[in-house]
Design a protein around this ligand. Structure first.
Ligand code: NAP
Length: 295
């Protein structure tokens, strides 16, 4: 297949390139090469490439800043998705649209299914949900893939931030009342590759399996990196930390009904994925250079 990736310089974009590149002809477009808020640019660029499929990984992902930059968030996450979906429909191309657990309010207390009603509690989640709706209404060959708590080799994420902090401090305070499913971008990219080979269009919840709190996640990160003895972890409730602009869902783990129903490979356990990432994929050379003052 000829596959266009939008947002190709993001953390998921990086792993999509690694996973799709060896098997398909991949055209990876970063924001400079294709700004998805530009309707004409999306149309003409996709017409020029005539892809069989598009993986739309571009998004406005700064959850806190979105509260102030509402318009920018909607421009990218809602209208950008609409532009990509319209172009895919016009070209008869498959579309994988990546969305988020933040479409839920987090009050369910057990894993969310694809049938559960979204109710986003922040601007980012609202703009992503509108993006999903535009895709559903516009493109007949669309897979909407919601994922959660992403981390990977590229970019700043919870895993890299915990490891970074562990090098400079001996104590860390982490919330223990927010629950979700950490997801390794490489595993999500593999799931997307498998999905693209099917025609089972529709909504998917895709995360590594299992659920943990942010505190348990941080503990396991330090353990896998051999740093558990050198850093003291303090669990705290969210309300004890300084307030941040955007509310977070307190519980946003997924059930993977659509993956199971369509016989797709189950995604591995979050602990196994994390262990693999830290052992084989996490490159801390940039951090070590920083410590030595090398630029
Ligand atoms: N990160 C998470 O924990 C998480 C959780 C659930 C779902 N998701 C979803 O997963 C997908 C991938 O997220 P990610 O973690 O890979 O995010 P990311 O690292 O922030 O990557 C997003 C990419 O989109 C690009 N982008 C922003 N505005 C754009 C525009 N107008 N046109 C084209 N590209 C644009 C960004 O470029 P710049 O860097 O130049 O702005 C960035 O390279 C997104 O749909 C996100 O909503 C993420």
């Amino acid at each position: 297949m000829k596959i266009v990736i939008t947002g190709a310089d993001g953390q998921l974009g990086y792993d999509l390139k690694r996973v799709l590149g060896p098997v398909h002809k991949v055209i990876a477009l970063n924001r400079k090469q294709l700004d998805v808020t530009d309707e004409d640019a999306v149309k003409w660029t996709l017409m020029q490439h005539q892809p069989d499929a598009v993986v739309h990984a571009a998004a406005y992902t700064n959850v806190d800043r979105a509260e102030a930059e509402t318009e920018a968030s909607y421009q990218v996450n809602a209208l950008g998705a609409l532009h990509v979906a319209s172009a895919c429909h016009m070209l008869n191309a498959k579309l994988v649209h990546v969305s988020t657990d933040y479409v839920f309010d987090g009050t369910k207390q057990c894993a969310y299914t694809e049938q559960d009603m979204p109710n986003p509690i922040n601007i980012y989640g609202q703009s992503k949900l509108l993006g999903e709706k535009f895709v559903q209404l516009t493109c007949s060959q669309a897979f909407i893939v919601r994922t959660s708590w992403l981390y990977g080799a590229k970019g700043a994420n919870f895993v890299t931030k915990v490891l970074e902090k562990a090098r400079t401090t001996s104590e860390l305070t982490i919330v223990d009342d927010q629950f979700g499913s950490p997801t390794y971008c490489l595993d999500l990219a593999l799931m997307i590759r498998e999905l693209l080979e099917t025609e089972h269009y529709g909504l998917y919840h895709a995360s590594n399996s299992g659920v943990c709190s942010r505190f348990e996640f941080a503990r396991r990160i330090l353990q896998e990196a051999g740093l558990l003895q050198s850093v003291l972890l303090h669990p705290v409730p969210t309300e004890q930390l300084p307030a941040v602009p955007a509310k977070r869902p307190m519980y946003s783990a997924f059930r993977h009904g659509a993956i199971e129903r369509h016989g797709l490979s189950p995604m591995r356990d979050w602990e196994a994925a994390l262990a693999f990432f830290i052992r084989y994929d996490y490159d801390d050379s940039a951090l070590r250079k920083q410590e030595r003052g090398v630029r």
